[in-house]
Design a protein around this ligand. Sequence first.
Ligand code: GYE
Length: 329
Amino acid sequence: MKGITRARTGFAGAVATLTVLALAACGGGSDSAGDGGTDGGDGGDLIRVGFSQLGAESGWRTANTESVKESLSEENGFDLTFVDAQQKQENQIKALRDFIAQDVDVIAFSPVIETGWDEVLQEIKDSGIPVVLVDRTVDTTVDDPFVTWIGADFTQEGTTAGEWVAENAPDAKIFELQGTLGSGAQVDREEGFGAVVGDQIIGKASGNFTRAEGKTAVEAALQAYPDMTMIFTHNDDMGLGAIEAIEAAGKTPGTDIQIVSVDGVRDGLQALVDKKFNYVVECNPVFGDQLAELITKVANGEDVPKETIVIDEAFDQTITQAEVDARAY
Ligand code: GYE
């Protein structure tokens, strides 16, 4: 299964300082074509982009969508058709087929899970429209299915989380709260974390990257694994759901049950300031400007790197309120 054409990250660039990406400061104006999919008739020299976003499941995703829309604006030279798939692969496949029918210049998409794309990727390939893969990865038999991929090193994020645990809580009994099963973010974070502290894991379940499902999964886990002392959650939203479940069970998150998370959205970092989370590995969603640059080059037939890794930081409880308040998302 480990992909022939899987956009794997695999380099060990530890926790680096975040390069703050200057966002095109002008917001307003024409936001996007919206879900209906206009055929973008105006502005002959705009680059026509079909973007299939996988959903709106988390704070990370909301920030990512905002960044993408802000950067792929008409002012910046794009005619964007943005479609939200609501975490359903069939919706994404339909959107991708619509983009082929519209004969857009570039198709960009964040695949909800890794597998199941062979047919539609082949169709896109046959249409000659270049694909820019965003955020998550694909595992496909289609040869050379995308021109370039931009996203984070999910395996490294898991490793960074695992290393913190190995150093700070080597006796912790860990319940792993997984993201959407089969998604690149779930598969790779689990692999990276498990390679460091796999023998400390006493149970796993998916919370599908949402706060509500994270809460439900932890309610069940508190019953099934009464001796758990830590939760490793694949994103902040599920961790915030975990806080609710832990508090409802009369325990103290961050103390009785430690929480190690990934993302670093504002609510997650606030939980760190409030000492309910113990460690957060960032996954930076604000890469719209880099994406816009890649898409422009692809549309113009210029060379682009096969992959662009978005740089992440990591935070422990020494983070200050001022730092959290200064965050962009
Ligand atoms: O960590 C999570 C979101 O694919 C990196 O998806 C993304 C993940 C992110 O739902 O919050």
